[in-house]
Design a protein around this ligand. Structure first.
Ligand code: KG4
Ligand code: ZN
Length: 372
């Protein structure tokens, strides 16, 4: 198996259209990535008036954005410009991205109509980009594995190994996004066991719903974080759901309901001061549960490192709080660069590379409920 690969990756599982070009090498023992291009067309302004993602609109936007991003990937060279019209002269397209070894595309989990736009685009591309007569391979990729492996991606244009694998595993991975909250025990880069997951809302979903109650725009995570900086995290003692249960599951819907009752009982329009207190207290409750359960797992399973990933890993208060505990235990804290927390295609390329090395395959079919 070829160890060095240039991967063109496509991600359309939710409300970000993303294409990346990544150079990978080192195999699974010392994977190294160089992110040549990492383009994300955010649909946030399109969905914002609706307070959440509208699947039909997401599909339409992906269809519109994919060719635009692909054009940007090709760059501004004359060859690339002419190669745009792939159907008319695919030879030129080959010369423009002639070094691509693999096309990777997210097959799930996510919104199926949105996933299909990426899969269809990837297949067409691979067909057009025939190398010596044979079309390129398309690797179906799991979005959650993308998040999980995002810590391997380097900052900016550098190429570095995240950590020697011998110092990384066993690791505990906390994957927190808009759709998922999962705690994994990783024995190696490719072997893991799910320790727990949310029983209802995902962490990011709770942020989004509470933001909506506070009249903040979608997506709510960054908005809550912003106003929480001005509020007192001890203003309200919100519940810490399942904190004292011995399992590694989570539940956030009760916490969301607690915020709802708190607002209802105020019987007056919430002032900005009250809002910041609620946001800070809610955020503190979420962080408390996430951090304590993750640390407990790290200790129980004698982890050498803790990995934090997914959109909610953008949250600086969560990063700081987890980091503090991890450092006091002298463990490694592995968290992606800010560019790779929310949905992107570079992480899909990383997952596709690891899977190519171990020959792990996914069908080229949209699977909304694909698990990790
Ligand atoms: O990973 P992601 O981009 O998409 C999914 O796979 O779901 O995660 C998006 C989620 C949203 O719920 C968003 O509110 C949350 O990540 N998020 C944050 C922050 N930035 C994004 N949550 C808390 N604090 C943030 N700064
Ligand atoms: Zn995601």
């Amino acid at each position: 198996m070829m160890n060095r690969m240039r991967i063109l990756a496509i991600e359309t599982s939710c409300d970000e259209t993303a294409i990346a070009m990544v150079e990978a090498s080192g195999g699974i023992r010392a994977p190294r990535f160089k992110v040549l291009k990492n383009l994300v067309a955010s649909q946030i302004p399109v969905h914002r008036p609706f307070g959440g993602v509208v699947p039909g609109l997401a599909k339409r936007e992906h269809l519109k954005n994919l060719p635009i991003l692909y054009r940007q990937i090709l760059g501004k060279s004359q060859v690339a410009k002419r190669a745009l019209n792939l159907k008319n002269d695919s030879r030129l397209a080959i010369s423009a991205i002639r070094n691509v070894d693999l096309v990777a595309v997210t097959v799930g989990p996510g919104l199926e109509p949105a996933l299909w736009t990426g899969i269809t685009f990837a297949k067409e591309l691979a067909n057009e980009l025939k190398v010596k007569g044979s079309k390129l391979k398309v690797a179906g990729t799991n979005h959650l594995e993308g998040h999980l492996y995002s810590f391997l991606l380097p900052q900016k244009n550098t190429s570095r190994v995240a950590l020697p694998m011998s110092q990384t595993f066993p690791a505990i991975a906390l994957l927190v996004s808009g759709g998922h909250t999962e705690l994994l025990l990783m024995k190696s880069l490719t072997k893991w066991k799910k320790l727990g997951a949310t029983r209802d809302d995902a962490a990011g979903e709770a942020f989004d719903k509470v933001a909506r109650m506070l009249g903040l725009p979608y997506p709510g995570g960054p908005e809550i974080e912003k106003i929480a900086q001005k509020g007192n995290p001890a203003a309200i003692n919100f519940p810490r759901p399942m904190l004292n249960q011995k399992n590694y599951d989570f539940s956030f819907s009760g916490l969301k309901t607690a915020v709802f009752y708190r607002l209802r009982d105020m019987k007056h329009a919430t002032s900005d001061m009250e809002k910041t207190g609620i946001a800070a207290s809610f955020q503190a409750a979420v962080i408390d549960v996430l951090v304590q359960k993750t640390i407990r797992a790290a200790q129980e399973f004698k982890a050498k490192s803790v990995i934090l990933c997914g959109g909610v890993a953008m949250n600086r208060a969560l990063r700081a709080s987890l980091k503090l505990k991890i450092k006091s235990l002298k463990l490694n804290f592995l968290v992606p660069d800010f560019a790779y927390n929310t949905d992107n295609a570079a992480m899909i390329a990383a997952a596709a590379y690891i899977n190519a090395m171990t020959k792990k395959k996914y069908k080229l079919e949209a699977r909304g409920d694909l698990d990790i």
